[in-house]
Design a protein around this ligand. Structure first.
Ligand code: ACO
Length: 220
């Protein structure tokens, strides 16, 4: 069978095979000029996108030894909205989402995790919902191997309050409980005066990473 995979010759180059950039987290082949070019472009745009210069007004909703969480609301100053849009674009690019329009843009709540290095290293976007459909344990059927994201959902709606449309953590900061802290904070600040239960929040169209995290977080 013919494959179109690119072959690489090990001619003793300094960098061979896949490399992960230590500052932007992109995985690329350093010996491949096209890849290297893509990395240079991504590197600059990405680091610029996650840079946090400090705002005149910021709504701090949680503080930790390694950073803080800010809440951004739809009518906040344009500098805050612009940062959220820039970060969302990077996240959507990584997730392969295109032009997902929020159902109620006026009620969207965005949480940004700002690291001590003044970077947006985590982002969570949530909106009110009325119902959700439970993901059934494992995808079944002959196509389950190819369609890693075609989870089977129950067709019985269950009441829910808050839908997480995006959750993302910077590749180099994963497995440090940043996503967990974002969801904990969301549960606390989504509805005034109450702490949402895990079955009142729902993750929309989870990726494999998102599903592993959500399963662990919600104990389901
Ligand atoms: N594999 C296995 N278990 C995982 C994974 C994983 N990739 N990620 C999280 N978990 C589980 C672990 O049990 C972890 O605890 P442990 O590290 O003590 O074992 C627990 O969840 C808590 O994890 P966090 O450290 O809080 O998660 P993290 O900050 O790494 O962020 C996230 C998780 C957001 C899914 C991150 O991997 C990411 O950004 N991935 C790429 C973007 C993405 O796919 N986002 C989800 C899209 S779906 C949606 O937006 C609705």
């Amino acid at each position: 069978k013919e494959t179109k995979d690119q072959l690489i010759i090990d001619a003793g180059q300094k960098h061979f095979g896949a490399t992960m950039c230590k500052s932007c987290g992109m995985i690329y082949t350093a010996s491949n000029p096209e890849d290297e070019m893509q990395h240079v472009q991504h590197h600059h745009r990405f680091l610029e996108g996650i840079k946090y210069t400090g705002w005149k007004k910021e709504r701090i909703v949680a503080q930790f030894w390694d950073g803080k969480i800010l809440l951004v609301l739809p009518h906040d100053p344009s500098y805050a909205i612009r940062k959220v849009e820039d970060v969302q674009e990077l996240v959507d690019n990584e997730l392969g989402f295109h032009q997902v329009v929020p159902r109620c843009p006026n009620k969207t709540k965005t949480l940004l995790f700002i690291s001590d290095e003044k970077r947006v290293v985590g982002c969570l976007i949530a909106e009110p919902i009325k119902q959700a459909f439970r993901v059934l344990s494992e995808p079944t059927g002959p196509s389950s191997k190819e369609c890693h994201r075609a989870w089977q959902c129950s067709d019985v709606p269950e009441p829910a309050v808050c839908g997480i449309s995006r959750i993302w953590v910077f590749r180099l900061k994963r497995r440090k409980r940043i996503a967990r802290r974002l969801v904990d904070t969301l549960r606390n600040c989504f509805m005034f005066g109450c702490f949402l239960k895990t079955d009142e929040i729902a993750f929309s169209d989870p990726t494999p990473d998102g599903k592993l995290f959500a399963t662990k977080y919600c104990n389901t």
